[in-house]
Design a protein around this ligand. Structure first.
Ligand code: UDP
Length: 237
């Protein structure tokens, strides 16, 4: 598979074209940003860890019939993915109160929710990814009703699968963010895209509550590189 032009560079990843218009190479960087990129840094070998972790999680989800953009791991920092038109909405699923939900509603972090909460955030850095609801998405034609139903159903199903996966490894899945895209070509299928990694999930060690995710970087908790390596090891086991 030949790597061609860079088509997109985000905060943590780069997308390259390949000789097949339906496939892209997703490259994982070590760069880390937080608080709308006002905090920037590098986490050594994060790209390698996140590529391994995302690969394992996409393979696991595919084995449980979740359609994803993942095709295969190509190298330490690269995976081959399907080319999709990203729907500009971040889907957040929360099982335990933390981060944005704690701030928004003045709730203490750590409260276990009676049922999972799904949130939509409009992907727009200059507006700070504002919280929106189904009605905004339909009224602004960001996605159709059919697509939104698929996205919500898949997100809750993914939550169930990931809760089980992490629980078996001694980790509580607090919350996470997903992105979906329309597969290029005739079918326009909705599939899971982007990544699933400690950059996009909150993961707390069971019993101790030790943070095993990007909050170590956001909140200057130290042991950042070591924690990403630890999660990669736990997940690959
Ligand atoms: N998240 C993400 N990208 C974003 C915003 C959030 O991957 O641009 C993830 C974040 O790591 C957490 C979950 O989504 O696992 C919920 O984040 P929250 O809304 O609480 O925002 P934050 O506290 O990160 O500002």
């Amino acid at each position: 598979m030949q790597k061609k032009n860079k088509i997109y560079e985000g905060k943590a990843k780069i997308l390259y074209q390949t000789d097949d218009p339906n496939l892209l190479i997703q490259y994982f960087k070590d760069d880390a940003t937080a608080f709308d990129a006002t905090k920037r840094g590098t986490i050594k070998e994060k790209g390698v860890c996140n590529n391994q972790i995302s690969t394992k999680l996409f393979e696991y989800l595919e084995s449980r019939l979740i359609p994803t953009h993942f095709m295969k791991m190509l190298s330490q920092r690269e995976m081959l993915v399907k080319n999709v038109e990203i729907i500009p909405v971040e889907v957040t699923i929360r099982n335990i109160v933390a981060g944005g939900m704690s701030k928004l509603l003045g709730l203490e972090e750590g409260i276990k929710l009676k049922q999972a909460v799904l949130e939509y955030h409009y992907k727009n850095d200059s507006l700070h990814d504002p919280l929106i609801n189904d009605y905004h998405i339909l009224a602004l034609e960001i996605a159709t009703e059919r697509e939104l139903k698929i996205i919500a159903d898949l997100s809750f199903k993914i939550n169930g699968l990931l809760l089980e996966f992490f629980s078996q490894r001694g980790i509580d899945l607090v919350d996470f963010k997903l992105e979906f895209g329309r597969e290029k070509g005739s079918k326009q299928n909705i599939i899971l895209a982007d990544e699933i990694s400690p950059d996009t999930c909150r993961l707390w060690e069971k019993n101790t509550g030790r943070k095993l995710d990007k909050d170590r970087f956001r909140r200057d908790l130290g042991q950042i590189e070591e924690t990403y390596q630890e999660v990669a090891k736990l997940i690959l086991s």
